[in-house]
Design a protein around this ligand. Structure first.
Ligand code: AMP
Length: 420
């Protein structure tokens, strides 16, 4: 062990487990790539104001969890705590919304940072794959995203997740509800901080997980009863479209989520095998965000799925991903000349797309065969002076243990046809 360890709340992805993370990222991205979403990458940090304005001044993410810092040049930046604000910022900056092809559909994959109290499933550095569809108000778009997330989880073999759905209303009906909720909250026995939150963003109080607060909220007015006709019709259409796609969901009138920018459709994917950190992903519509960060009106919808928690969910369900063997052929040279010959063969195999590795360093046969075993290779190619003198190499089938001599000039074609 070195003097240093990974910082608190972080962990390293190390082979062979790291392959699972890659597979999860790819599985989430595949349905997006297949549905018109283009890949976008933005910096790991942004102007801190973007998140303050976008995510919301009163959210835990901004007030407590952001890694904000000032650079030597005096810029106030923050490590990104989430993806949506950055992606929208980048799309506006590149004028993607002006290219006349709305919605702009983008997907991303990367690291996010929140200064949270670490526990299982909650880290200070975590990874998400996300999707945003910018610039269209269409229930089919909300439905598309929910369906694609469902498809991604199912393609991984996950079964015990639930989709929770709600509508948060829009700028017509939410203010009316907000006031009704505020009046209700003012009559409760709440601590000072919660009262302040009730003033700034009363919907967030519904999200409070403390049992004594939840108990008092039983009779809280529900947004569902305040939705305007347009929001009701929109939500009904989303529900119908995802139902028609065979996607099962639950209505949860209290789902609000921890970010201020959401409007109308809001959803979360939860997994029951994860304990308290049960949300594996979440998202929703954010029709006002673009204007909040200085852009034009661009109704949009998106989600982000957590890679770390998806891996935990797979483990909780005992799902073993079918990962391609990292090495198919392992080469073991037993002489100087064999090193040169087999190294060339390994390079040829790799060019053909066959995963091949080589016994490096000066090891004896025993050590080299141990490496071959550990590599998981299906075949090992062994060659010594005597073999080469006869113009052959030894091909060992690692499953049956059978070993046969194959001509030096035939070995690549032979392996290609065997592994074909
Ligand atoms: P949020 O932006 O909070 O809705 O997060 C979206 C998803 O990212 C969550 O459902 C989690 O899967 C994941 N996530 C958020 N925060 C963390 C964290 N601190 N550690 C691990 N995963 C997280």
């Amino acid at each position: 062990m070195s003097t240093f360890q990974a910082p608190k709340g972080t962990y390293d992805l190390i082979p062979p487990e790291s392959a699972k993370y890659l597979a999860v990222r790819e599985a989430i991205a595949a349905p997006l790539r297949n549905s018109g979403y283009g890949y976008i990458e933005t910096p790991g940090f942004e102007n801190v104001e973007l998140f303050a304005r976008g995510v919301g001044e009163s959210t835990d993410i901004v007030t407590k969890e952001m890694y904000a810092f000032e650079t030597k040049g005096g810029s106030k930046l923050a490590l990104r705590p989430e993806g949506t604000a950055s992606v929208l910022r980048a799309a506006l900056e590149a004028n993607l919304h002006k290219l006349g092809n709305l919605p702009v559909k983008l997907w991303y994959s990367g690291s996010y940072y929140r200064y949270e109290r670490p526990q299982k499933g909650r880290y200070r550095h975590f990874s998400q794959v996300g999707a945003e569809a910018i610039g269209a108000e269409d229930p089919a778009l909300d439905a598309e995203l929910i369906i694609l997330a469902d498809q991604a989880y199912r393609s991984l073999g996950l079964r015990n997740f639930r989709i929770i759905l709600n509508s948060l209303g829009d700028k017509e009906c939410r203010p009316v509800y907000r006031e009704a909720l505020q009046n209700f909250l003012r009559g409760l026995d709440l601590d000072e901080e919660t009262l302040r939150r009730a003033d700034i963003n009363p919907l967030r109080v519904l999200d409070d997980k403390r049992p004594d607060i939840q108990k008092q909220l039983t009779d809280a007015p529900l947004l569902r009863d305040y939705l305007c006709d347009a929001c009701k019709a929109y939500h009904e259409e989303v529900r119908e479209l995802i139902t028609a796609a065979g996607v099962v969901f639950e209505d949860d009138p209290k789902l609000v989520r921890g970010l201020d920018y959401y409007t109308r459709t809001t959803f979360e994917f939860v997994h029951d095998g994860l304990g308290s950190q049960s949300a594996v992903g979440g998202g929703g519509r954010y029709d006002g965000l673009s204007e909040m960060i200085g852009g034009p009106a661009l109704p949009s919808v998106g989600w982000a799925l957590g890679v770390d928690r998806t891996v935990l969910a797979l483990e909780a369900e005992g799902v073993e991903l079918e990962l391609p063997a990292s090495t198919s052929v392992f080469a073991v040279p037993l002489s100087e000349e064999a090193r040169r010959v087999l190294f060339t063969k390994v390079t040829e195999l790799r060019k053909l797309g066959i995963a091949a590795d080589f016994s490096y360093g000066s090891k004896g046969l025993k050590g080299a065969m141990k490496n071959a075993n550990r590599s998981g290779a299906r075949y090992t190619v062994i060659a010594g002076e005597r073999d080469l003198a006869e113009g052959v190499v030894q091909l060992k089938d690692m499953e049956s243990g059978d070993q046969t001599a194959v001509g030096v000039n035939e070995i690549v074609a032979e392996l290609e046809s065997k592994l074909g």
